[in-house]
Structure formats: C-alpha cells, structure tokens
Design a protein around this ligand. Structure first.
Ligand code: ADP
Length: 258
C-alpha cells in the first residue's frame, strides 16, 4: 500500500525571501498559455502555471436547453469548473463537490462583466473548465484561460479578464501562491481585473490582513494581473498568426488545384 506523505515545510519563505518553489515574493510561476487547442469546441485555451494544468472549452452562443432557463434580453453564461479525480494527490471524489459548484459561480461572476451578453438574447454560452492538475490558484488560472477561450470563440467582449491570487505567507505578501502556500500560509486574495477598463471583477479575501497588508496585496495583485494580461495578449497573437498562416496555405493549395 502506498502511503501518501504530506511534506509540511518548516518555513514557507527563507530569510533571503526565497519561496518553497524557488521564487522571489513578487514572481509569477512559469506560465504558458495556448489558444485554440480543441478543434470541436467553438473556442478553447489551455494553461500551465507552475504545476497547474487546466483546459477550457467554450460553446456558444447556442440554443439553450432546458428552454425555461432562457433570459429574454441576454445570453445565459454557464461555467462548469471540474477537478479531475487525478488532479490532486489524494484522489478527489468524481461527484461535483460544493467547492466546484461555488468556484463555478465565482468564475462566472468574474467573467460576466466582460461579455456583451445582451447581444445574444435567449441563448447559452457554456464554459467548461477541466482542471487536470491542481496546485493552488486554480480559480484564477481558470478565469485567465476562460477569457482566452471566449475570445477564441469570437464572442464579443469589452475586455479580457486577467486573474491571479496573492497571499500572506510567513508575514510576507507574495504573488501567485501555490498549494503549499495556500494550505499553510496566513491568507489569500484571489483577484481578477478587466485590464484595459481597469475594473476589478473578482476579489476574495481569506485570513487576517491589516489595512496596510491589504493595500500592499491589492497593488501586487493588480501588477500580477497586468503581467498575466501581457501573456494572454501574446497567446492570442500567436493564435491569430497561426490562423492567418493556415488560411494563406489553404488559398495557395486551392490556387494550385482549382
Ligand atoms: P484555488 O485552486 O483557486 O486556490 P482552493 O483555495 O479551494 O482554490 O484550493 C487550493 C488548492 O487546494 C487547489 O488548487 C488544489 O491544489 C487543492 N485542493 C482543492 N481541492 C482539493 C481536494 N478535494 N483534494 C486535494 N486537494 C485539493
């Protein structure tokens, strides 16, 4: 029988300000974003942020079932956040948990202000979020990735949504907390913004923060979201260039074999 070990670190941050994964307090985890991963979905995106691996597929705007849920003057945005049973060390129950239902709501509320829902009355926009591997901060990584998948689906948006969690760890305010820091730190503050409109669409606060710590944390979260926004823009640009190249190739082929 394999015994699951929990390594509880003595310190989450050294005197030199180095964290359990080698990062400095104000550093993001290595983050990779890709757009247009799934051919069948209307839009899709994938993120690797540290050990987090999350896939998002978007369908819609499309006919809504059951019909009675339809809203006469706008689209219904539905988010389904799910963590795979193998995504964490202890096997997670495959049944939808209270946490997954809550995070689905939190993610929907963070994305809603960015979408022109009023342009698609009575329809549904469905956002499926599958967490393949979880290591803290998955709600924020899901929001960041879902915003890209919505853009990839061609859904008209006021802005992207960029998200990251800051935390309080051994008295330090740190950016983009991992699972250990989430579990054994003193608090976390998941934050999402519409970066061009400079509007906050999500802020949650857990633990005890003094007003000064909150201010520092909030400023750091905004800086982190702005870095995430740059990565999102680069990922969208790569996708755009890919589509353009593909279209040019297809036109060339058609010209050669009319
Ligand atoms: P977030 O992922 O947004 O930080 P939580 O604070 O609820 O959301 O979760 C923190 C981390 O705890 C997750 O990213 C994951 O690594 C871990 N976790 C969540 N649910 C479970 C579970 N059922 N079993 C084991 N680990 C879990």
């Amino acid at each position: 029988m394999k015994i699951i070990k929990h390594e509880i670190p003595e310190k989450l941050i050294t005197e030199d300000g180095i964290r359990t994964d080698g990062r400095k307090p104000h550093e993001l985890r290595p983050t990779k974003l890709e757009v247009g991963i799934l051919k069948r979905a209307d839009g899709s995106a994938y993120i690797e942020q540290g050990k987090n691996k999350i896939m998002v597929a978007v369908y819609g705007p499309r006919e809504l079932h059951p019909r009675h849920l339809a809203i006469p003057d706008r689209a219904l945005l539905r988010c389904f956040y799910r963590m795979a049973s193998f995504s964490v060390q202890e096997r997670k129950s495959p049944a939808p948990s209270r946490r997954e239902i809550e995070l689905s709501k939190v993610i929907r509320e963070a994305l809603e202000p960015a979408i022109f829902l009023e342009r698609f009355p009575k329809t549904a926009i469905d956002v499926f979020i599958e967490v393949l591997q979880a290591d803290g901060g998955t709600r924020c990584a899901s929001i960041t990735t879902a915003a890209l998948a919505l853009a990839d689906a061609g859904i008209p948006m006021r802005d992207l949504v960029s998200a990251v969690a800051v935390g309080k760890v051994d008295g330090h305010i740190v950016l983009d907390i991992n699972d250990l820091e989430d579990k054994y730190g003193e608090g976390d503050m998941p934050t999402a913004i519409m970066p061009r409109k400079k509007e906050v669409t999500l802020i949650q606060l857990d633990g005890r923060w003094t007003p000064e710590e909150f201010k520092q944390g909030f400023e750091l979260a905004i800086k982190g979201c702005e870095q995430i926004y740059q990565l999102q823009r680069e990922a969208l640009k790569r996708r755009y260039l890919e589509i353009r190249e593909q279209a040019a190739k297809e036109m060339e082929e058609r010209a050669e074999n009319p």
